[in-house]
Write a protein that binds this ligand. Structure first.
Ligand code: CTP
Length: 403
């Protein structure tokens, strides 16, 4: 299957202290499957070395209009051709002023002026520079010209002051860039996602849980947001940052997850159950910590949890349902059996021992039309391919319903 996430961007760095964040941004973008060509201004090289960015992007960095590596000496034109966007991060007040007036006195500003693709900028400057009437005018003009302005954020500044002007964090810029570039397969659709493990208490301090990290569910949520969906998540306990733009309800137990899903399901067009829900919970967890005794055995009575996915799929006007099957053997047979039993349109199967907690995943998609394999890749990439597949199947079912 073609990878819809394969995009190419120019990442331009100008000379501000936030240039250090561009290293992490490069890593985040490339990890998300985006090809990054770094271009730096002379003053950016005073803050961070091209060698660092070259190592992280895997490509030589360009800093000069007259770079001999471009055979016709047209680096200022050539580099931006075939790119999906130019992202300038950090964008200093000076560079923003140059962009506003169409100045082109170095490689990056010339590339911006000669571009055929969208331009995104992440301003980074002292709060007074940001508040200055000249910068306000310049930003308003750039927005009017169709430039996408990401941030800035408010907070501690390198100069010791506090206020508006600091550059967004790398992860926020990477998410915004990915969202900007993604095809809008699910524009306006409401997607409800469960993610992470559940935690079933035994007593005041102990509980039963599993090794799910939530990474796959969170990646699916991000990919759905990128595809234009309105995402509601119900998340078990994880230590991951929330996908920007998702509405999140945090829960511990399967029963709480079920309640949150019940509250939100009526509005959902698509339900994706990624959570590793405990099949059983402790009957009557103790209010206080269980003390050690001389008894040779301690017995816990477990009772079954509600099957959230099964319940959603059995509703009269059920959303399009997607389940995840983590199997340790007989992957396709067990997963297809689960798909039929739970009556879901799509089951995503993976190997429990390889997928849980890992950064990469390799999955098999099982639906009425057969089986597709998505090759091993970072979970972000797999999630985007999965969302593209869901959008295709969802579109087909809606057409069938209308016919
Ligand atoms: N699921 C759910 N609620 C549960 C258990 C599972 O919503 N109480 C969902 C999971 O989020 C996943 C799918 O059902 O999308 C498959 O879960 P799994 O636990 O693997 O399936 P089971 O039917 O519990 O089968 P088994 O544990 O025997 O493999």
């Amino acid at each position: 299957m073609a990878d819809p996430s394969h995009k190419k961007v120019i990442l331009g760095l100008t000379g501000g202290i936030a240039a250090y964040k561009a290293a992490e941004l490069t890593r985040q973008l490339t990890q998300g499957g985006i090809e990054v060509q770094v271009v730096m201004t002379e003053s950016a090289c005073g803050f961070i070395t091209p060698a660092t960015l070259q190592a992280l992007s895997g490509k030589p960095v360009f800093t000069d209009m007259w770079d001999a590596r471009v055979s016709d000496n047209m680096a200022h034109i050539e580099l931006s051709r075939g790119k999906d966007a130019i992202v300038v991060a950090p964008a200093t007040a000076d560079f923003i002023a140059k962009l506003t007036h169409g100045l082109a006195d170095d490689l990056l500003s010339t590339l911006c002026l000669a571009r055929e693709c969208p331009l995104l900028i992440a301003p980074a400057m002292n709060r007074q520079m940001w508040d200055n009437a000249a910068t306000r005018r310049n930003i308003a003009q750039l927005e009017h010209d169709g430039v996408v302005v990401l941030g800035p954020a408010s907070g501690d500044q390198a100069c010791g002051e506090v206020g508006m002007g600091r550059m967004l964090e790398a992860v926020e810029i990477a998410e915004a860039v990915s969202a900007f570039l993604a095809p809008k397969f699910l524009s306006g659709k409401r997607v409800l996602i469960t993610a992470g493990p559940t935690f079933e208490p035994i007593d005041a301090v102990r509980g039963i849980t599993n090794r799910s990290s939530g990474k796959m569910g969170y990646a699916v949520a991000r990919a759905a947001i990128e595809a234009g969906a309105k995402v509601t998540m119900v998340s078990g306990p994880v230590s991951l940052s929330s996908p920007v733009g998702a509405e999140i309800t945090r829960v511990d137990t399967a029963s709480q997850m079920f309640e949150a899903v019940r509250r939100n399901v009526a509005r959902a067009d698509i339900f994706i159950a990624v959570a590793a829900v405990a099949d059983y919970r402790v009957d009557k967890p103790r209010e206080h910590k269980i003390k050690k005794t001389d008894e040779r055995q301690l017995q816990l009575k477990l009772v079954p949890n509600p099957d959230i996915l099964g319940w959603v799929a059995a509703r009269p006007r059920a959303p399009f349902c997607v389940g995840f099957a983590a199997e340790s053997r007989n992957l396709d047979v067990y997963a297809d059996e689960k798909r039929r039993r739970k009556k879901v349109q799509l089951m995503v199967a993976n190997r429990a021992q390889e997928a849980i907690g890992a950064d990469d995943n390799e999955v098999m998609l099982l639906d009425d039309a057969g089986t597709h394999r998505l090759e091993r890749a970072p979970k972000e990439v797999v999630a985007r391919q999965l969302i593209a597949h869901i959008a295709k199947l969802y579109g087909a079912t809606r057409r069938k319903v209308k016919a």
